[in-house]
Structures are given as C-alpha cells and as structure tokens.
Design a protein around this ligand. Structure first.
Ligand SMILES: CC(C)(COP(=O)(O)OP(=O)(O)OC[C@H]1O[C@@H](n2cnc3c(N)ncnc32)[C@H](O)[C@@H]1OP(=O)(O)O)[C@@H](O)C(=O)NCCC(=O)NCCS
Length: 208
C-alpha cells in the first residue's frame, strides 16, 4: 500500500523504511537461502519477479511492508543497503465469517549476525503499533512453522494465542484480538516515532 511510502519508523535498535526497488537485489540474495524460504514460507523468485513483487507490495491496498535497518549502521552514513537486516510485512484480509479485518504479520531478520539482539521484538512491536494506529483492524494473525520455537515464543509474549494447526503445512496459526486493554499494553511496550522519509533516492533499477 502507499500508506507508508513517505515515512520511516524510528526504533532504538532498528529503523523501518519503505521497501524500494533499490532494496530488491539484497532481498533477492537473502531469499536464495533455502532455510530462510522455509522459515518464512516463501517461494524462490527470479530477480525480475522480485522487482514485480516489490511493486505489488507498494501498490496493492492489502499489503504493507517495511525494510528493517540496523539503526547503528544506518546512523553512520545513511547507507540503507549496508544497514538492511530484514523485512516485515502485513497482509490484510476481511474474514467474512466474523466480519472482521485481519492483518497477517510476517517478520524476517535475514542477517544471522543481527538475530538474538532484540531487533525482531522491537520491529514487530513497532509494526503492530503502526498498523493498529493507522488502519481499521480487529485482529492480528501470524502463521509460524511448528519448529520455530523462537518465533512462537516471541508472539506468545505479545499475547497472541494459538487458534489453529495445519499438520500438512507444519504450521501453527496464532491470533491476537485488538482490544482496548491490548492497545494499552502495546503502548507501554513501544513508542511510535514516525518521521519523513526525505533521504529517499530515486530507484536505481527500473522494474524488469
Ligand atoms: C524469529 C525472529 C524474527 C526473531 O527475531 P530476533 O531479532 O532474532 O529475536 P529477538 O532478539 O528480538 O528475541 C526475541 C525473543 O526470542 C528469544 N530468542 C532469540 N533468539 C533465540 C535463540 N536462538 N534461542 C532461544 N531464544 C531466542 C529472545 O530471548 C527473545 O525473548 P525475550 O525478549 O523474552 O528475551 C528471527 O530470528 C528471524 O527472522 N528468523 C528467521 C525467519 C523467521 O523465523 N521468521 C518468523 C516467521 S513468522
């Protein structure tokens, strides 16, 4: 969606910027790793397909995405490509049974040296707070590989609860209703700092 194309979110350890065409080659490199594809339930795309996917994440009104930057590396000289460590997405859908708006969250800290430093926690809290404050949502959802204990625990700590399991996909679904009490809790965990994304450059690569 276009909602976040001119802003960035400032955390303590990470900065979230919109996903631009110039981020695609590094993103594509990450996704050549089979383990990462498995953990994120992603398909391998060609570089051209990855550029098209970046455009779709930008244009489609049901998709929100940010690239995760290491705040310390970014602060050195604003080099986003050097600072890129992962991405986070939301996919919006309407559940006709409950008549609710649901946002499915995804996160990937792709660079191994950036894991286990609290980045994933801060990213997800910022993403949840941004989405809760900017979009009309009833519920967050996440689908996680059953063996991904770190991720399951992370979302349990955000008060998500298991609502389903699909053995054939080896996947567990966890959800969190967006209630007033939960928003109060969220506000105590994270401060949302939204600033202009003025240092944005023109995309280096045209879509292919
Ligand atoms: C899962 C993932 C997002 C977590 O991000 P992270 O930055 O590595 O995790 P954090 O440092 O923020 O830690 C989050 C929690 O997990 C725990 N944790 C992190 N790494 C751990 C490890 N290797 N073993 C056990 N616990 C671990 C931390 O202790 C922390 O819990 P706490 O805050 O209660 O102490 C990240 O590892 C990742 O992207 N992995 C690959 C892709 C993936 O699995 N995506 C999730 C699909 S939904």
């Amino acid at each position: 969606m276009h909602l976040n194309e001119n802003i960035k979110l400032l955390g303590k350890k990470i900065v979230l910027v919109p996903y631009e065409a110039r981020h695609v080659p590094k993103y594509h490199d990450w996704m050549s790793n089979e383990t990462l594809r498995q953990l994120t339930a992603s398909e391998q795309l060609t570089l051209s397909e990855e550029y098209l996917m970046q455009q779709s994440w930008r244009k489609d009104s049901d998709k929100l995405t940010f690239i995760i930057l290491d705040a310390d590396i970014y602060a050195q000289d604003n080099d986003e490509l050097a600072a890129m460590v992962g991405d986070t997405n939301l996919f919006l859908r309407h559940d006709p049974d409950s008549n609710q708006s649901v946002a499915e969250a995804e996160i990937m800290i792709a660079e191994p040296q950036a894991r286990g430093k609290g980045y994933g926690r801060e990213v997800m809290l910022l993403m949840l707070k941004y989405a809760q404050s900017q979009l009309e949502l009833n519920k967050f959802e996440v689908k996680i590989d059953m063996d991904n204990a770190v991720s399951v625990r992370l979302f349990e700590s955000f008060q998500f609860v298991e609502t389903g399991r699909v053995e054939v996909f080896h996947e567990v679904t966890m959800q969190r209703e967006i209630t007033t009490e939960w928003i109060d809790w969220l506000d105590k965990q994270v401060e949302l700092k939204i600033v202009s994304y003025k240092d944005r450059l023109e995309p280096i690569h045209a879509a292919q």
